[in-house]
Design a protein. Structure first.
Length: 115
């Protein structure tokens, strides 16, 4: 049997095969509640790509962060990383189109992060 990688989780639909696994239904319930409350207070959901340029993260945190990231050279020979946090992605997105959105920016995300 092929096992999942350490540090990652599988989320199973109900009924769960046993009590030691994570519930996709419970996870979705929590996410839906978060979304509902956020929308009630005027926040809008955003998302970005799970893969960003490595420079986006080293610009903020310095080169020492590289050892904490999943990073590699892509087929275009660009240095890229799986996003470890959303703040740099959010900053990049807002900087690209800041004039198109009124302030304050009320955005939220439920991202998948990798570190």
């Amino acid at each position: 049997m092929i096992e999942r990688l350490p540090g990652f989780r599988d989320f199973y639909p109900e009924p769960l095969p046993h009590s030691d696994v994570w519930s996709a239904d419970a996870r979705q319930y929590i996410f839906n509640r978060w979304r509902s409350v956020a929308r009630r207070y005027g926040f809008r959901e955003y998302d970005g790509p799970p893969l960003e340029t490595l420079e986006l993260f080293t610009t903020k945190s310095g080169d020492e962060i590289v050892g904490q990231l999943y990073n590699f050279q892509d087929k275009g020979e660009r240095s890229v990383a799986l996003r470890p946090e959303m703040t740099p992605t959010l900053a990049r997105m807002i900087a690209a189109h800041e004039r198109n959105y009124k302030k304050p920016t009320k955005w939220y995300a439920i991202p998948q992060l990798f570190r």
